[in-house]
Ligand binder design. Structure first.
Ligand code: TRP
Length: 411
């Protein structure tokens, strides 16, 4: 996969490229947009130097796998990629790759937005039948948040339960906490060091905006998120093989880590990871405001009761409808800013139904109340089922997923 021409800008240049006044700001810690419709994702593709997930790629995926693609791809939620065509070339040649994704465990309760990359990763794993590694960056959260190491570790386990509840196959999935795994695997630590040696302070300043008063833990952390992109970091899975390619599904704000990784990979004699990037899941209050785990009203949490879901959607979901019924009937609703509609695009599987709703809401025939009712039912079902499955996840299951071991693949 390396050596292919791409239009990527060198890592140091990306974030210093002329950013205009009205541009959105996106890095792993800050997502800010001044527009009511949120981030301009087309512009972001240009600035980051990634590729658009276009019809050609989608058609190719369907042809190669013989399956329709997931609605998150069809609806432009996974909208950007790097080297996805190379991954498909390999798949056609029956050469294996592996999936890598992760989560920073900063809070007990995950919200709906946190599920998106995992739901999509699960679909990728089932569609391509490949191994999956999931990194829980308890170390990262210790460095960035006001958390003790013990608390970060505890949250990693709690979040692991939510991830397991999504139904990952234990024979094909390795979940690890940095605090647990790194100390036990010299190969992982070696890759961290190789990355650390190749990236200068100047470069991380350019990519991540670190400054002179950031603690040195932050400055070296990107090497820890980079290391799982290399198959040699998991000798128990890949039997020491260095050249199993990696595909990373993640939200676009994580791209800086992997731009850095792709920059150093060839110099380390490793393959560049491929990526599939998603848009952000909007806060209930609208695409402009940020969802935050500390504001319980900004999102739906996996621990919310049916009643809480109903109240939150009815009370807080930003409406793109008219202010009065008369105005709405006359002018119609605006799906581009309506949060209930946005949430339906993430969670309603039926394409035809969704298209009909969009049409009728836009024309003014459907009122906001109907949209919200529809959404509440879907979310209550998803969260309710999750609640049930989460309760069935035992400590032994957590232990199993987190034990370094061989998976059901031969290398
Ligand atoms: N930094 C990510 C977060 O805060 C967690 C993470 C680690 C991750 N490795 C990843 C996310 C790989 C996506 C892909 O959530």
């Amino acid at each position: 996969m390396s050596g292919e021409p791409t239009n990527e800008a060198p890592v140091e240049e990306v974030s210093s490229m002329s950013v205009e006044e009205d541009d959105d700001f996106v890095d792993p810690w800050t997502v800010a947009s001044k527009s009511a419709t949120g981030i301009d994702y087309g512009k972001l593709i240009k600035r980051f130097g990634s590729q658009k997930v276009d019809d050609e790629l989608i058609q190719r995926m369907e042809k190669v796998t013989g399956k329709p693609v997931h609605h998150l791809l069809r609806r432009g939620i996974f909208f950007s990629h790097r080297d996805m065509h190379l991954i498909l070339n390999l798949y056609e040649q029956k050469k294996p790759f592996f999936l890598y994704t992760g989560r920073g465990p900063s809070s007990e309760a995950m919200h709906l937005g946190h599920l998106i990359p995992f739901i999509f990763t699960k679909w990728l794993q089932e569609t391509f039948d490949v191994p999956l590694v999931i990194q829980l960056t308890d170390d990262e959260k210790f460095l960035w948040k006001d958390l003790t190491l013990e608390e970060a570790q505890r949250l990693a386990i709690q979040n692991t339960k939510d991830i397991i509840a999504l139904g990952f196959d234990v024979n094909k999935t390795f979940i690890f906490s940095d605090l647990q795994y790194i100390g036990s695997c010299p190969e992982f630590y070696k890759n961290m060091l190789r990355v650390q040696k190749m990236v200068t302070f100047n470069q991380v300043k350019g990519i991540f905006g670190f400054g002179d008063s950031d603690c040195i833990g932050k400055i070296s952390f990107p090497a820890i998120q980079a290391a799982p992109s290399f198959s040699s970091s998991f000798p128990h899975i890949f039997n020491g093989k260095k050249d199993v390619p990696c595909l990373i599904p993640c939200a676009i704000d994580q791209d800086p880590y992997f731009r850095m990784t792709r920059d150093v990979a060839p110099r380390m004699g490793c393959l560049k990871p491929a990526l599939l990037h998603s848009t952000f899941f909007p806060a209930l209050q609208g695409a402009q405001s940020k969802m935050s785990a500390s504001d319980p009203n900004s999102s739906i949490f996996l621990t919310d009761t049916d009643k809480q879901i109903k109240t939150k959607v009815n009370k807080y979901a930003f409406s793109g409808g008219g202010t009065t019924t008369e105005e709405h009937r006359e002018k119609g609703g605006n799906c581009d800013v309506d949060v209930s509609y946005q949430y339906l695009t993430f969670f309603m599987e039926d394409d035809e139904r969704l298209a009909q709703i969009k049409k009728d809401y836009t024309s003014g025939e459907l009122l906001t109340g109907y949209l919200k009712k529809e959404l509440i039912e879907i979310l209550q079902k998803i969260v309710g089922e999750h609640r049930k499955r989460r309760a069935e996840v035992t400590d032994e299951m957590v232990q199993q997923f987190m034990t370094p071991r061989k998976l059901n693949y031969q290398y």
